[in-house]
Design a protein around this ligand. Structure first.
Ligand code: GNR
Ligand code: NI
Length: 171
């Protein structure tokens, strides 16, 4: 298992639409292992493959708070049903470092996907699980949570991140 570099905004790769996986083979399992390692080492609760530069429709998540790990794997996830009721959560993103904002999303949703072994599963999600899976599925479409903010808030965040990036380059 390898910890990969997480891409940060602005990076055009984060805006790519990820491609469906044909089958969950050795390559995909290795990718999911690396993604999980990368997510744990960054203290995140979720990660989409595109965040490490791979445009595949694969997500890993772990919402457990204690020592016991509870990894979840989602390949080719599809939202089957979403709540008309919304719930608001203060979101952050490993690809938008140190920025947080409230985002309203459907409170509950039903997701169909393939698991680590390629078995078809259905999950009824609510609370943080529902928020997180929708945040991750947005990554598969090249969408970041800052896209839901006002133009002003979004541009301020992008400006900050660009500035932070430019100071890291030694000419
Ligand atoms: O670690 C993460 N925390 C988080 C908090 C609120 C809503 C969504 C998230 S996902 C984020 C990790 C990440 O960027 N996944 O794409
Ligand atoms: Ni994210």
């Amino acid at each position: 298992m390898t910890v990969k570099t997480i891409l940060t905004e602005p990076n055009p790769l984060l805006r790519q639409i990820s491609k469906p996986v044909e089958s969950v083979g050795a390559e995909e399992k290795k990718l999911m292992d690396d993604m999980l390692d990368t997510m744990y080492s960054a203290n995140g609760i979720g990660l989409a493959a595109i965040q490490i530069g791979i445009p595949k429709r694969i997500i890993v998540m772990d919402l457990s708070k204690n020592e016991k790990k509870e990894p979840r794997y989602f390949v080719n996830p599809i939202i089957k049903n979403r709540d008309i009721k919304k719930s608001t959560y203060e979101e952050g993103c490993l690809s938008v470092p140190n920025q947080f904002a409230e985002v309203a999303r459907p409170k509950e949703c039903e997701v169909e996907y393939l698991d680590y072994y390629g078995n078809k599963k259905i999950l009824k999600a609510q609370g943080l699980l529902a928020t997180c899976i929708q945040h991750e599925m947005d990554h598969l479409e090249g969408i970041l949570f800052i896209d839901y903010l006002s133009k002003l808030k979004k541009s301020m965040i992008i400006k900050k991140l660009s500035k932070a990036k430019s100071t890291r380059i030694v000419v």
